[in-house]
Design a protein around this ligand. Structure first.
Ligand code: FAD
Ligand code: NAI
Length: 474
């Protein structure tokens, strides 16, 4: 065991996820002597290792399988002998993850970020003690510390996740066979994305959701539409239902459920249960309480507008922050801004223009205020809506499925307040509306912008025209 003292760093990021690794690269680019401590063994955090990337790899593979099974015939493509090679699908996903995570180590080298594999603990505002991954301890001195340790799976009280039959998202990414019946607890992003993967591959999927709607926080019209689309794909929903017990049976798992508002209990049988009821902040073993960093009652770390905690020189970014969405691109923005602040520059994250995308099919992408938000705030607005059924590219591709683009603009000034898309490639299409929101554009600005034909984005232009009732193609 060695106990060296390094030259002092300007900043050490603890955690190499999207917040920490992007922040470290930005800090180094701004000339700061930067280190990043990561205990996982690979860089990229939850997102690249067990989150965004592996889930999107499986969503893409399962989408292709489902298309071959259900949609090719309509295009005049006959298939025979279509079969699932789950092992190969999983291996492909693992390769995607490996390539991307090792790529970050390369980016660190290129940008001169010191990568320290190991578990970090803050011993005072200027010291990080690292239990090195390959053995030994190191004491690192630094001017600034950024906590970017992210989040972890939130369990259900009394339910033991074994990652085989009772799984979190991590286990749901590595099942070695398609379960006959998958019961998903929680109708949020993880439940619907992973439910879609296994449903497309042949599982019967039942989503048990405590509230009387799925995807809380999403514009209600899109949420209802998404539920209809997923139901049409075979997903079953038990809304307003709470799980009161989960126990392993001889084969599979038995769940006891009852109406959230009270009523008779019933038993659901499943082969695999996915617990996806949210994520909690991860600060285990960081020593934050000992150095006086304040955490709220759920373990999140409050910060000021510079991302500084109540202790000078200790900052926090990413999923560990309270009351903000747990999203990789949000963590990245915060990583950049905290680096800028520490380097003495100015920077800010516009939380009003953070897009959210649910990568089901159809995809759902939203930015800005929902119609429910505007109604609740009593903000007068105009609404423009355009259906993909009237978009030529969507029809050519066979991707109409009743999706639409909805734009919400201030009634008086026409300034864009919110944009919501449910349909093919919504996650890519939302980008122009995020930019519009950032630039303070009006719906008229969007309507006056030339959009290539035939593209899905023409539906955005038409929705902008619809704000003033002037659509050209419907
Ligand atoms: P993390 O990515 O959690 O990284 C924190 C890192 O810190 C971890 O690698 C951890 O090992 C390390 N760490 C913790 N403690 C220590 C310590 N003491 N010492 C050293 N290292 C430590 N978001 C999206 O925007 N789009 C998506 O499509 C999407 N899909 C998702 C799918 C799933 C299944 C899940 C679970 C999440 C998904 N997310 C998605 C959310 C996204 O992964 C997170 O918002 C994002 O990873 C948060 O980044 P972060 O840097 O704050 O934390
Ligand atoms: P979530 O917060 O999106 O959804 C959890 C759902 O579980 C909610 O609908 C909630 O009402 C419900 N719920 C809570 N307790 C329950 C109970 N006891 N019984 C039944 N239902 C219950 O959380 P999820 O899906 O676990 O995802 C965690 C985080 O990961 C999210 O905050 C999301 O931001 C992020 N993520 C983002 C993705 C994306 O951007 N595409 C994909 C996957 C995850």
């Amino acid at each position: 065991m060695t106990d060296d003292t390094f030259d002092p760093f300007d900043v050490i990021f603890i955690g190499g996820g999207p917040g920490g690794y992007i922040g470290a690269i930005k800090a180094a680019q701004l000339g700061l002597n930067t280190a990043c401590v990561e205990m996982r063994g690979t860089l990229g955090g939850t997102c690249l290792n067990v989150g965004c990337i592996p889930s999107k790899a499986l969503l893409q593979s399962s989408h292709l399988y489902h298309e071959a099974e259900a949609d090719f015939a309509a295009h005049g493509i006959k298939t025979s002998g279509l079969a699932l090679d789950l092992k190969a699908m999983m291996a492909r996903k693992d390769t995607v993850v490996k390539d991307l995570t090792t790529g970050i180590a390369g980016l660190f080298k290129k940008n001169k970020v010191t990568y320290i594999p190991g578990r970090g603990r803050v011993t005072d505002a200027g010291t990080v003690q690292v239990t090195l991954a390959d053995g030994g301890e190191r004491t690192l001195k630094t001017e600034n510390i950024v906590i970017a340790t992210g989040s972890d799976v939130m369990g259900l009280p009394g339910v033991e996740i074994d990652e085989k039959t009772i799984v979190s998202s991590t286990g749901a990414l590595t099942l070695n066979k398609v379960p006959k019946h998958l019961v998903v607890i929680g109708g949020g992003y993880i439940g619907l994305e992973m439910g879609s993967v296994w449903g497309r591959l042949g599982a019967k999927v039942t989503v048990v959701e405590f509230l009387d709607r799925i995807t809380p926080g999403m514009d209600g019209e899109l949420s209802r539409h998404l539920q209809r689309a997923l139901t049409a794909q075979g997903m079953e929903f038990r809304l307003g239902t709470k799980v009161t017990g989960v126990k392993k049976a001889k084969s599979g798992v038995e769940l006891t459920v009852e109406p959230a508002k009270g009523g008779d209990a019933e038993t659901l049988k499943a082969n695999v249960v996915l617990v996806s009821i949210g994520r909690k902040p991860y600060t285990d073993g960081l020593g934050l309480a000992e150095v006086g960093v304040t955490m709220d009652d759920r373990g999140f770390i409050p910060v000021d507008e510079d991302y500084q905690t109540n202790v000078a020189g200790i900052f926090a970014i990413g999923d560990i922050l309270p009351d903000r969405p747990m999203l990789a691109h949000k963590a990245e923005e915060e990583g950049v801004v905290v680096a800028e602040k520490i380097a003495g520059h100015v920077g800010t994250v516009n939380y009003d223009a953070i897009p959210g995308v649910c990568y089901t099919w159809p995809e759902v992408a939203t930015v800005g205020q929902s119609e429910d938000d505007l109604k609740a705030a009593g903000t007068p607005y105009n609404k423009g809506r355009f259906a993909f059924a009237a978009n030529s590219r969507a029809r050519a591709s066979g991707d109409t499925e009743g999706g639409f683009v909805k734009l919400l603009a201030d009634k008086e000034t026409d300034r864009l307040l919110g944009a919501h898309i449910i349909g093919p490639d919504a996650g890519t299409m939302i980008a122009e509306l995020v930019l519009a929101l950032e630039m303070g554009a009006s719906s008229e600005d969007i309507a006056l912008t030339c959009h290539a034909h035939p593209t899905l984005n023409e539906a955005v232009k038409e929705a902008a025209l619809a704000v003033t009732g002037k659509t050209l193609n419907s």
